[in-house]
Design a protein around this ligand. Structure first.
Ligand SMILES: *Cc1c(COP(=O)(O)O)cnc(C)c1O
Length: 418
């Protein structure tokens, strides 16, 4: 346990952790059960194409979420692309920029312009009032994101979509097992899309799903997922290959059985982080509505440099030197990445909250791979830094220019020898 500022790795000491600690290390359920399922599927020689495990997984997810249809996908990006195509989106679609790049890419990939809308500073989700100002005759839909698993302002978005006759889709990649008004997400808008990527709270190695109560849309998405085939020799739509494999579904079924344990671990960790970081000026851990169900996957810090005296990036560099690989989700915002920054170099002017959040948000490690002792150490480092920001800054300036934490460590080591 580090107790003095000079114990920090940026001052040349050994890092807090011998091995790196990551954001989003996979949660893995009962491995024995998983291996049994894999044995069964190998014996059956049914590896993909809507096999029994995918069917069972879809049914169990639909039952769990309380939604009519779950269409399992090979990943959420293809799920988004199919949902976008199946709902007939064209022209312009309004999306947040403060999200993972796949949200925007799924539109751009099919020649639809993502129109970036700013978010609310408290919820980090689309700001409905700003959104309405961005609607043009070319707008065909809204693709909202339940960021960090915290539900969007669903009522306002639904009302705006209805009034302007827009399709409403939700990127629910973060939001599996999260509720709004007492109902699990998955039934809102025209469709919602979940990600079961390895780094998400609940994984199928790679995977995703479209959920919807719309029978016709579900049918269309199922066809598009499988090249548009309706029978062995009959194709009725342009389609793609979005199928989930049986081994992914085996992992999904096992993850479903382990989900309560994942949530307990995440919630325990979240509460410990909150307790250990409470009362630090200029540093906030985002909150989750305790009256709702949450998966507590994301430990999201907001660092207000004016208050802390240290920037988010400076804190991150200190943490990386300690082998704590904290992450800047979602920096720098989609509008500052290609091709969007070339298409609209001035987009940032209309996205002040996104710009601000992209500069102040930092994610800390969570999940079943992270334990109590690790969290105590991580928080100890953060408290040391925030207690003496000026000295940390001076030290970082001394060891700079450092592009990465490895270089911070290396530079600190070299500096120490002089
Ligand atoms: C992870 C993620 C995706 C993409 O999910 P994949 O399953 O990796 O394709 C899309 N949107 C958001 C917000 C995400 O975090």
């Amino acid at each position: 346990m580090k107790t003095n500022l000079s114990d920090l790795a940026i001052f040349g000491r050994a890092p807090t952790f011998a091995e790196k600690i990551y954001v989003g290390r996979p949660n893995i359920g009962d491995a024995t059960r998983l291996l049994e399922r894999i044995k069964t599927l190998l014996d059956s020689r049914w590896l993909t194409n809507s096999g029994p495990l995918v069917k069972e997984f879809e049914q169990r997810v639909a039952d769990f979420l309380g939604v009519k249809h779950c269409i399992a996908m090979c990943n959420a990006t293809i799920g988004l692309e199919i949902a976008i195509k199946a709902t007939g989106l064209t022209g312009e679609v309004i999306v947040p920029s403060f999200t993972f790049i796949a949200t925007a890419h799924a539109l751009q990939w099919q020649g639809i312009r993502p129109v970036f809308c700013d978010v609310d500073p408290l919820t980090h989700n689309l700001d409905p009032a700003r959104l309405e100002q961005l609607i043009t005759p070319k707008t065909t839909g809204i693709l909202a994101v339940h960021l960090w698993g915290r539900p969007c302002n669903i009522e306002s978005l639904t009302e705006i979509a209805r009034r302007h006759r827009l399709v409403l889709l939700f990127d629910a990649a973060h939001a599996f097992a999260c509720s709004h008004a007492g109902r699990l997400l998955g039934s809102c808008g025209d469709a919602e899309v979940f990600s079961f990527h390895a780094t998400k709270f609940f994984n199928t190695f790679e995977g995703g799903a479209i959920t919807t109560n719309d029978d016709a849309l579900a049918e269309k998405a199922r066809l598009m997922r499988n090249f548009g085939f309706t029978g062995y020799d009959e194709v009725v739509y342009v389609g793609t290959n979005g199928k989930m494999s049986e081994i992914a579904a085996a992992m999904g079924l096992t993850s479903l059985e382990g989900m309560d344990d994942f949530i307990s671990a995440n919630r325990r960790n979240y509460q410990l982080y909150c307790a250990e970081l409470a009362g630090l000026r200029g540093l906030q851990v985002i909150d989750y509505n305790q009256a709702e169900r949450n998966n507590y996957q994301y430990i999201v810090l907001e660092i207000d440099q004016a208050e802390t005296g240290i920037s988010r990036d400076e804190l991150m560099n200190v943490l990386w030197a300690e082998n704590i690989i904290a992450r800047r989700y979602f920096h720098p915002g989609c509008h500052r990445m290609e091709p969007y920054r070339t298409l609209d170099p001035k987009a940032g002017l209309t996205l002040p909250v996104t710009e601000e959040l992209a500069a102040r948000v930092l994610l800390l490690p969570n999940g079943t791979a992270v334990g109590e002792n690790e969290i105590l150490e991580i928080c100890r480092v953060i408290r040391l830094v925030l207690g003496r920001p000026a000295e940390v800054r001076a030290r970082l300036a001394h060891v700079q220019p450092a592009q990465s934490a490895q270089e911070v460590v290396a530079a600190a080591g070299v500096a120490e020898e002089h």
